[in-house]
Write a protein that binds this ligand. Structure first.
Ligand SMILES: [Zn+2]
Length: 199
């Protein structure tokens, strides 16, 4: 469990800021997003979560974390649509941000500049270990970045990499536990080496 400093969290004051929660698969990104959103809700803030319409693994209308603490959310096709829904919102959550278009960077800046707290959760790297979609730029413009970690299933160290266990070269492969495993750098390099020998 990663403990975050709560000094910065201003649940009761309307002040624009951008927070990014990034990490590998199984690192608890969505759980941390939901935890912050729930706390904002307790503070009587108006909250809404958006996610890319591409992510329909569980439900059209809920962000569902892997341990099934869920919070209602709105699936949208493009980042620009977020602006249409946020006139009455204090805290905007964005889940699976890596799947959004690059317009998300401007959208988040606009929201924060208008006094909205924006909390973004997303995969920082794809299965090849490359920066994923708009995540690197979002980390750059964020007021605060929290990198969360999974546990390496091979050695028990902290894991930053999402290793794909099935052979498929597409960057976006939706699915869950069966297709990926969290690995530390050393175990990831070893596993990728073995993958290449199989080709
Ligand atoms: Zn390891």
């Amino acid at each position: 469990m990663v403990l975050f400093s709560e000094d910065h969290i201003q649940e009761t004051r309307r002040r624009g800021r951008i927070e990014v929660i990034c990490g590998s698969m199984f690192s608890g990104k969505t759980e941390e997003l939901i935890r912050r959103m729930k706390r904002a809700k307790f503070a009587k803030q108006r909250v809404e979560i958006f996610k890319p319409a591409i992510d329909t693994r569980y439900s059209e209308e809920d962000v569902v974390s892997h341990d099934s603490h869920s919070i209602a959310s709105t699936p949208i096709d493009s980042s620009a649509s977020i602006l249409l829904f946020t006139s009455e919102i204090d805290v905007v959550g964005i889940d699976e941000a890596q799947f959004f278009d690059s317009g998300l960077i401007d959208v988040c800046n606009q929201l924060a500049n208008n006094g909205i707290r924006v909390i973004i959760a997303g995969l920082d790297m794809d299965f090849k270990g490359n920066p994923f979609g708009p995540m690197p730029q979002l980390c750059a413009i964020a007021d605060e970045v929290s990198k969360v970690h999974a546990i390496c299933v091979k050695c028990g160290q902290l894991a930053s990499f999402s290793h794909r266990t099935v052979k498929n070269e597409k960057q976006v492969l939706l699915g869950e536990t069966a297709e990926y495993e969290p690995l530390c750098r050393e175990c990831y390099l070893h596993a990728r080496g073995e993958d290449e020998q199989k080709v």
